[in-house]
Design a protein around this ligand. Structure first.
Ligand SMILES: NC(=O)c1ccc[n+]([C@@H]2O[C@H](COP(=O)([O-])OP(=O)(O)OC[C@H]3O[C@@H](n4cnc5c(N)ncnc54)[C@H](O)[C@@H]3O)[C@@H](O)[C@H]2O)c1
Length: 242
């Protein structure tokens, strides 16, 4: 399963890590379907890359299914699915987080990748295989005081989802893995340069930006990932060890 020529769906491709991943996959010869809740913005990225595109709200199961159906009709088939769309913040202190915020984060960040993956799996089973990447976060495997309970819980939930789904669908030739990015700095809620400098002063590898995550996606989708399933790939520049 070489990367070149693969037909890949990327969610969250309008900006940030998703856009960087789309650009990287396009440069390696993938045929892409790019999707995001920001329909116009993702269309702009797709048009620049010669990719197909369409809108989705990953938190809405019918929207997820409609998007996957559209992607199949546009690409012919799907080899790989890269779940990157998500929301982070504003982060509420644990006791301040509202029910509304909790539900929104769980709906989008935890349920969303499952609705998308669930919609794509029957197609991959029928084709006899595929690759799925799920973007968790270092907050899924490590505790921080500054992130909201919902974000921690959603991203940890994606780790469990990855472990369970990978065990279930290996027999169908589908390899499912998670990536846990550390602090990216430049995407999501971009950090002020002073905070990036303070982080970099005590973390020798510093903040890596989006590219290391995009490169990890390539590794998992390419031949290099053929014996990797149920992995939670630590891409944190040394923030998380072990
Ligand atoms: N930035 C970081 O430091 C960091 C660290 C760890 C994990 N992550 C995760 O990486 C992923 C990408 O983060 P980013 O930094 O590129 O953020 P970003 O905000 O720049 O990009 C996220 C994209 O997801 C899209 N999106 C949001 N809600 C959606 C929905 N309901 N349906 C469809 N699309 C939706 C947005 O429109 C946006 O284009 C997220 O899942 C995030 O939790 C980010």
């Amino acid at each position: 399963m070489a990367l070149e020529g693969q037909r890949v769906v990327v969610t969250g491709a309008a900006q940030g890590i998703g856009e960087c991943t789309a650009r990287t996959l396009a440069a390696k010869g993938c045929r892409l379907y790019l999707t995001d809740i920001q329909a116009e913005k993702v269309a702009g990225v797709a048009n620049e890359l010669g990719a197909r595109h369409g809108p989705v709200d990953i938190g809405d199961p019918p929207s997820a299914q409609t998007m996957i159906n559209h992607a199949i009709s546009q690409l012919g088939h799907i080899d790989s699915l890269v779940n990157i769309a998500g929301i982070d913040g504003p982060d509420d202190d644990a006791l301040e987080e509202t029910e509304e915020h909790w539900r929104e984060i769980i709906d989008v960040d935890l349920s969303g990748p499952w609705w998308i993956t669930r919609a794509a799996l029957p197609h991959m089973i029928e084709r006899g295989g595929g690759r799925v990447v799920i973007t968790s976060s270092v907050t899924g495997v490590m505790g921080f005081a500054e992130f909201s309970p919902s974000y921690h819980a959603a991203k940890a939930g994606l780790v469990g989802l990855t472990l369970g789904l990978s065990a279930r669908f290996e027999t169908d030739g589908i390899l499912i893995n998670a990536i846990t990015p550390g602090y990216i700095g430049t995407t999501g809620n971009p950090m002020p340069q002073s905070e990036i400098d303070a982080y970099n002063a005590v973390n020798p590898l510093g903040m890596g930006g989006a590219q290391p995550v995009a490169d990890a996606v390539c590794y998992l989708l390419d031949d290099s990932g053929r014996w990797i399933s149920g992995t939670v790939m630590n891409v944190t520049g040394g923030l998380l060890r072990g």
